[in-house]
Design a binder for this molecule. Structure first.
Ligand SMILES: [Zn+2]
Length: 317
């Protein structure tokens, strides 16, 4: 798969302009508003044939679909004056950006939402048991939202690193479907340079979305809700930062709660105001804000609204 890592910016102009604007805002006027960017980045990737992925994966039934890497959503560090961005990899000539899981095209054949934590790529600054506890709290927080019944269930551990994106970017990892939402662990800073120049220094975490495609390589919408059907999501955390669960560094539960929100199909939300020291203040403050602004382990009104619009009609309810 390494041979196909040939990529180039399609809309690099947008990216450069926004960076310069950020810098100007940061120095000139701390009260100006910044929105979220969407940038297009062409990775010349072939679709991933389900029949070719690792047998350690957990696909439970025959599927007529294959996968394509569609987008990445990343959250930025405090003090970086960078805001989270959505990177679209596969501009398939359609402006529709929204996507979610479909109960009719689940790769594990279940309408429950499965999740996974890769234990082979722990953070170098926080213990695996602290990470496990934080993720447990995250799952409980999203599951306790009353409008939805996700049937969130954890897939048991396998002893090899997983990750389709990790493999695409040339890192060790078995490209495989393991769960619907895969917390694929902590990666070295260089992993994040694949998303944005300097990304190793300002991206805390990222969620990648793979969509389903049919035999003609078209995206599908099997439940006809106007959103493309998601095959799976992979979440990676940046080991270039220090992490903690006591407020002394980047709070692992806060970022995992945000990434799990993407895992459950939520987009970024809220307008950011860049302050002079490079922090971004959001209005309203929400778990799904595109930059980290301190510990936030409860989901707010806007987070709930976004979640319920995605999940209130899910068949388990
Ligand atoms: Zn995000």
């Amino acid at each position: 798969m390494k041979s196909i890592i040939v990529y180039s910016f399609i809309v690099s102009g947008l990216w450069l302009t926004s960076c310069q604007t950020d810098q100007a805002l940061n120095e000139a006027d701390p009260s100006l508003v910044v929105g979220e960017d969407v940038v297009y980045k062409q990775l010349d990737l072939d679709p991933i044939r389900l029949s070719s992925i690792n047998p350690m994966g957990r696909i439970q039934h025959e599927s007529v679909y294959n996968l394509v890497l569609h987008k990445a959503e990343y959250i930025t560090a405090p003090g970086s004056a960078q805001k989270g961005t959505t990177v679209i990899f596969s501009d398939r000539g359609n402006k529709q950006l929204e996507d979610d899981f479909s109960p009719f095209a689940s790769l594990d054949g279940s309408s429950d939402i499965s999740y996974y934590l890769d234990q082979t790529r722990p953070s170098s600054s926080i213990s695996l048991s602290q990470t496990e506890s934080a993720l447990k709290r995250v799952v409980k927080t999203w599951e306790s939202v009353k409008c939805s019944d996700l049937g969130l269930n954890r897939v048991s551990n396998i002893p090899i690193p997983i990750g389709i994106v990790a493999a695409i970017f040339g890192f060790p990892g078995e490209p495989a479907y393991v769960a619907d939402v895969n917390h694929a662990g902590w990666m070295p800073g260089s992993f994040f340079e694949n998303l944005a120049p300097g990304g190793s220094r300002f991206i805390l975490g990222v969620t990648f979305t793979f969509l389903l495609i049919d035999g003609d390589r078209n995206l599908v919408d099997t439940n006809q809700d106007g959103k493309w059907d998601v095959a799976l999501r992979e979440i990676y955390y940046n080991d270039n930062f220090s992490w903690s669960d006591d407020g002394s560094a980047i709070d692992v539960e806060t970022v995992a709660l945000h990434e799990m929100g993407h895992g459950l199909s939520q987009a970024h939300f809220g307008k950011g105001f860049i302050k002079k020291k490079g922090d971004i203040q959001f209005a309203p403050r929400a778990v799904m804000n595109a930059a980290y602004s301190g510990i936030q382990t409860r989901i707010s009104g806007t987070d709930l609204g976004g979640h319920c619009s995605n999940w209130a009609n899910w068949p388990n309810k």
